[in-house]
Design a protein around this ligand. Sequence first.
Ligand code: ADP
Ligand code: MG
Length: 591
Amino acid sequence: MSTKNRPIQALPDQLISQIAAGEVIERPAAVVKELLENAIDAGATQITIRLEQGGIKRISVTDNGRGIPKEQLGLALQRHATSKVASLPDIENVTTLGFRGEALASIASVSQLTLTSRTADEQHAWQINNMANESGIEPASGPVGTSVDVRDLYSRTPARRKFLKSEQTEYGHCQETVRRIALSRPDVSFVLSHNNKQTAQWGVNESAQRSAQILGNDFANARLPLEQIAGDESNGLRLSGFIGLPTAARGRADSQYFYVNGRFVRDKLLTHAVRAAYQDVLYGDRYPSYVLHLNLNPALVDVNVHPSKTEVRFRDSRSVHQFVFNTINRALAQTNVEALSPASTTQAPRSGALPWISAQRQAPLGIAQKPADYGQFFAEAANAGTHHINETATTQEQHPLGYALAQLHDIYVLAQNEAGLVLVDMHAAHERILYEQMKQALESRDMPVQQLLIPITLNADPVEVGAVEENQAMLHSLGFDVSALSPETLAVRTLPAPLKHADAETVMRDILRELQEVGSSRIVTEKHHALLGTMACHSAVRAGRKLTHTEMNALLRQMEITERANQCNHGRPTWVQLAASDLDLLFQRGQ
Ligand code: ADP
Ligand code: MG
């Protein structure tokens, strides 16, 4: 019979569930998610997850939650049967993770499912499986709580089973699902095993410890705690958690955890807000790590946008974006010298016992580069630059980074402050300052330019010429007047003033490369920032140059007034504090 001639028919329940299963549980990890969410909704404090063959063979989740009464066991497996909402207003104010009442039915429609449960009122547990009918409820043994055992996933829908990846891949997805939920609920203990081997175990803990366990030491050692509240109870927003410092950034976006009212989400708006907040300290292919919780009145957010509920819709998305952006941006900006002064507890670079050892030098040693005249910058920089080392005693309090003592290997500036010794990577620090200065100039649209007496011409390929033409306006706003003289020649007539001493051709080549790398897909501001970074790197004082005391002090004063001064544009530290007590320890004084 061709489809044209078929009469309209209501689909059988089983088929409806199988269709829904395609959406809700596209792979074993999705089953794990649904079962864990049910356990958490049931108030469990201990959850055990057993997987076999990546979850394809078996997924079993056991919890110590409130259990399901015997007479409701059959209902639990039925489609659109839920204890969590009963009316539309309930959905709008939902505080449980589940509410659609379709997970167990969907899973049962594509697997062999056994549900065992016992409430506190019952003498023993009861069990039902989807192969039996409703009368097939049998007594079973077991403590209060629920255990769901899912076997041979998709064995009844072989077409779907073909889409599954290798056992290891599916296991990886399951593991990630468990991490996500475990991160959001440090007050619940989790045990995970795969093929009868325990692979993770997290006891009840504080969120700081749980996130350190799950995201690892790189994160634990370089993160800022965050807690910001705006507005009142009915329309307020609260953002809390931990944001990784740029030094904890990764090459992949695999340590990013955002929760809205306890639910893990992957939301474009939120991801964008976080990304934008990190823009000044991180760009290109580095990804920040974070564990963030946004809490708000459930009536102000719709979680029922997608069956798997990983996307949300905010009533007032603009203010949510702004709030998230501002909170993180401010927190990152405060990692400047003030925030890191000895009294502060958020001193980022001082985590290990000998933290300065890990401080990385940014410029290669003795790089052969035309020495530029930085004297003027440093002279213009800060009037404090005229102070001399001898004045330290009285003014040190106003100068957290203290006063320059000497230069080490023409790379580091050594300074003395109240706490002890300060070590500055002069290139990295200067680069950061220039970046912020140029960024400000760009934002207020007054990038100073340097007219070149004789235009510089350089050979270019058609792609480069195209990139220049495509980005003419932006290059102009950055202070470059560059245009095509011929299909293979570019002429540069002005440079941004901060680059006036740099080698124009090298700068231009780098900018061209950068333009091609960032491509036209990136949003303009992101490009700007990448280009500013390249420019700052070119104009910053190179390792290998001798600085006078006046110049060194000017650099310190500039660092103190520059936002985000404690990290260079590549996310590495620009300075480290060596407390006098650390030095005492090193020499075992007073022990
Ligand atoms: P939903 O979670 O959307 O309500 P489910 O199909 O996942 O739908 O579950 C149906 C119902 O079964 C739930 O509303 C809940 O009452 C009950 N249930 C499921 N899992 C558990 C569990 N682990 N502990 C207690 N009750 C559960
Ligand atoms: Mg559920």
